[in-house]
Ligand binder design. Structure first.
Ligand code: TYM
Length: 331
């Protein structure tokens, strides 16, 4: 059976981008593949969280994984830092990851622009740690959103380079995976780019947002003054709202508003009201489970330790073989 690995950074609550870009695929894949889904807390250290924030954020992602429907009996759910073998493989892969290629990564360039005062080595080698996460379980499929495509290409590069260096066809190639035909990019509500935590207040709708908060955020979404010609191309901020509608609303609803837009009869107030209600309904079952699960610390601790045990079994096997391949041998 093919192996699947994916993770989400522990930087707090999950948003609709995480859900439709990644988690929705996790939930389906757990029935078909040997799945490892983890909480990337080592990756979150690039932003220097306090110990209390770090812990709370890891817990939040764990709770939301479970609330969204990842089943710890089917998939292995674990916290990245519980599996030190990942850090060891990261070290080995770093020896053959080159400054030039790391500097060229789009996400690195974005981070340098966003946080020029904190361009640490962890940010630079972020894709190497991600490659270690994936190939430590010899995964071939990685359910992720569109923004992670380049990281997957780098993971293949690092795995292949290891294989070539040691002349051993050891690591298989991992590819980004989605059930649809294209990797997903969920837009935010700010009229610009993708939904994301660091894209500013009000841009992201969280799985844990109350219906009131969701309505408020959607009603504040950026719009223009309306179409001026029939069937005109939609400007970015309007296209974004339609793209969101495509994932949370029914096809009929989408077509209804698309038709109103094309005939210049659309009222953005109505469109947003509908979009907000559909978001409220789409997230309701998850939201309802979040509080119950968060209160059950015995269950959370059981899930995390079972996951760590299973993940270490697989990662430990790889590390033993990798050490042998590299030439760390007993006297
Ligand atoms: P992160 O935490 O930024 O995002 C987690 C997942 O959510 C997806 N995603 C989106 N998809 C569509 N539209 C959006 N607006 C959107 N925002 C986020 C991301 O594509 C991702 O799938 N580096 C990773 C975490 C990671 C990882 C890994 C993933 C670490 N190691 C190994 C896979 C395999 C990250 O920062 O994702």
């Amino acid at each position: 059976m093919e192996t699947v690995v994916s993770g989400i950074r522990s930087t707090g609550n999950l948003h609709l981008g995480n859900y439709y870009g990644a988690i929705q695929n996790f939930i389906k894949m757990q029935h078909e593949y040997n799945c490892y889904f983890f909480i990337a807390d080592l990756h979150s250290l690039t932003t220097h969280p306090t110990p209390a924030n770090l812990h709370n954020n890891v817990k939040q992602v764990l709770v939301e994984y479970l609330a969204a429907g990842i089943d710890p009996e089917k998939a292995t759910i674990y916290v990245q830092s519980d599996v030190p073998e990942v850090a060891e493989l990261y070290l080995y892969l770093n020896m053959n990851a080159y400054l030039g290629e790391l500097e060229r990564s789009t996400s690195f360039k974005d981070k340098v622009r966003a946080q020029p005062d904190n361009v640490n080595a962890g940010l630079l080698t972020y894709p190497v740690l991600m490659a270690a996460d994936i190939i430590i379980h010899k995964a071939t499929k990685v359910p992720v959103g569109k923004d992670q495509e380049q990281h997957l290409e780098m993971a293949r590069t690092f795995g292949n380079r290891f294989n070539r260096l040691y002349n051993n066809d050891y690591f298989p190639e991992p590819y980004a995976f989605t059930y649809g035909s294209n990797l997903v990019k969920i837009p935010g509500l700010d009229g610009k780019g993708k939904m994301g935590k660091s894209e500013g207040e009000g841009n992201a709708v969280y799985l844990s947002d109350t219906p009131e908060v969701i309505r408020k955020k959607v009603m504040r979404a950026v719009t223009d003054s309306g179409p001026t010609v029939e069937n005109q191309e939609k400007p970015q901020e309007i296209q974004n709202l339609f793209d969101l509608m495509k994932v949370v609303s029914t096809e009929d609803t989408y077509k209804h508003f698309d038709n109103l837009y094309n005939t210049m009869q659309v009222r953005y107030g109505d469109l947003k009201k509908q979009l907000a209600e559909d978001m409220v309904n789409a997230t309701a079952p998850i939201r309802e489970r979040i509080n119950d699960i968060a209160g059950d610390s015995v269950y959370l601790s059981r899930v995390a330790s079972l996951g760590a045990e299973k993940a270490r079994e697989s990662a430990g096997r790889t590390i033993r073989e990798v050490r042998e391949i590299i030439g760390f041998r007993k006297f």
